[in-house]
Design a protein around this ligand. Structure first.
Ligand SMILES: [Zn+2]
Length: 233
């Protein structure tokens, strides 16, 4: 068996292994598993962000409450207004001042109300996400079990194919095997094919003449376009 024949035989068996891998990778069970996994991985960051937001809103709220209390305090000055007027103070000045304080209080109250609503909304969102995380943890475990079952159902065939491949690999030159396996890791398949009408059998690109000239009796070249190997018998 030549090196070329050996690698072609290897690829033929590898095709079955590749099909199994694709089947597992494309299964609904894996999709569900990955979805749950991603959700759970992203959740802590989302929860943290909501907590930071809630804390900053609470900080804003307490500074508003402080302002409100201070404004209320200034209103107390007006308790002694009667005495002030009796001693000949300007009534309109105090009237104006009282009005501006009342307006400030009104404005602050509206701001506090809006902020409270925002705090409640953030807190609700946090609680909702926390519940979702708890539900997702259970769903994740179930999805993992189902995904593992799919993998387990193919395991026997996979091991058999691996054994077969190891046998065939003994006839393949080490460097060829290495190059093949590198492509395989990149999830390229098939990896090697025979030239057809001076074109790459996979992507139809025509290799440059210099490469074509090197393509004689069992040698291989790499396609510049799809990077698979091309051979000529
Ligand atoms: Zn190609």
């Amino acid at each position: 068996m030549t090196n070329l024949q050996a690698i072609l035989a290897y690829q033929e068996t590898d095709k079955e292994l590749y099909a199994i891998e694709r089947e597992i990778a494309g299964s609904e069970e894996r999709k569900e598993y990955v979805k749950m996994k991603k959700f759970l991985e992203a959740a802590p960051e989302k929860l943290d962000a909501l907590e930071v937001k809630a804390n900053s809103l609470k900080g804003e709220a307490s500074s508003l409450v402080e302002k409100y209390e201070k404004a209320e305090e200034t209103l107390k000055e007006f308790d002694s207004l009667d005495e002030l007027i009796e001693s000949g103070a300007d009534v309109s000045f105090y009237k104006k001042k009282a009005q501006s304080v009342m307006e400030l209080l009104k404005k602050l109250k509206a701001e506090i109300t809006a902020l409270t609503a925002s705090i409640n909304a953030t807190s609700d969102e946090y609680q909702k996400l926390k519940k979702q995380v708890i539900a997702a943890q259970k769903m994740y475990r179930e999805a993992a079990d189902k995904y593992n079952a799919v993998k387990a159902s193919k395991e026997e065939t996979r091991v058999e194919l691996e054994k077969k491949l190891a046998e065939i690999a003994k006839n393949v030159n080490g460097e060829t095997m290495e190059r093949y396996k590198t492509k395989r890791k990149e999830r390229i398949f098939p990896i090697i094919g025979q030239i057809q009408d001076k074109r790459c059998p996979f992507c139809s690109m025509e290799p440059p003449l210099a490469s074509l000239n090197r393509l004689t009796g069992g040698t291989t070249i790499e396609c510049d376009s799809c990077h698979r190997f091309i051979y000529k018998e």
